[in-house]
Design a protein around this ligand. Structure first.
Ligand SMILES: [Zn+2]
Length: 196
């Protein structure tokens, strides 16, 4: 039985997924970046890796039909549907408490790294590290000269990205709490997903 689950604004959430099931991610309000991780549920040291995926797919913006690889170079998820314009990021690390210090924020700021650990803790799990995430709906254009920018997402309310699990896995999300740079239109919101 599938049902829509909430990734609360500024927070993390994780779920167990069986091989062959799909994960339907929904950008409910259209403006939210969702950092996404996948771990082999039998061995959390094997996880979806952007660095290992890029040479296989041959580009930095994953699209429908692309297989995402683990750090052991095994297929871990396949992208089967994307109703957004297809602007996602594979090059930026998850935000963390140190990132917000660099951005001039004083004190504790919610962040995707801590959200990964908190989301998996709800399942009684601890990831061995925070891998580089698949930053769904994150708009980081790379210019010909190699320059990058942090721009607002170009997604629309209700956009969906569907991922098929290629092994039994733990999927983990963070509704990115970035409110200093404009990637979430500076107003982090909730997003949703379901396992189908
Ligand atoms: Zn973040």
């Amino acid at each position: 039985m599938s049902k829509l689950q909430t990734i609360p604004a500024r927070a993390g959430k994780a779920a167990k997924v069986k091989k062959g099931q799909s994960i339907r991610m929904v950008n409910t309000h259209g403006t939210q970046v969702v950092d996404t991780w996948a771990f082999n549920s039998d061995d959390l040291h094997e996880f979806m890796s952007m660095e290992h995926t890029r040479p296989h797919i041959g580009h930095i913006y994953p699209k429908v039909g692309d297989i995402m690889y683990s750090n052991k170079r095994r297929p871990i998820i396949t992208i089967t549907k994307d109703s957004s314009p297809g602007v996602h990021d594979t090059i930026i690390a998850a935000c963390d408490r140190y990132r917000y210090k660099f951005l001039g924020f004083e004190g504790y700021h919610d962040n995707c790294t801590d959200n990964l650990f908190a989301g998996m803790k709800e399942l009684g799990l601890t990831p061995p590290e925070c891998p580089s995430p698949f930053n769904v709906w994150m708009n980081i254009p790379v210019a010909k000269d190699g320059g990058i920018q942090f721009l607002p997402t170009v997604s629309k309310p209700g956009d969906e990205l569907v991922l098929r699990a290629e092994m039994d896995l733990i999927i983990a999300f963070s509704a990115c709490p970035q409110d200093i740079l404009p990637i979430n239109n500076t107003k982090p919101t909730e997003a949703h997903f379901e396992i189908v």
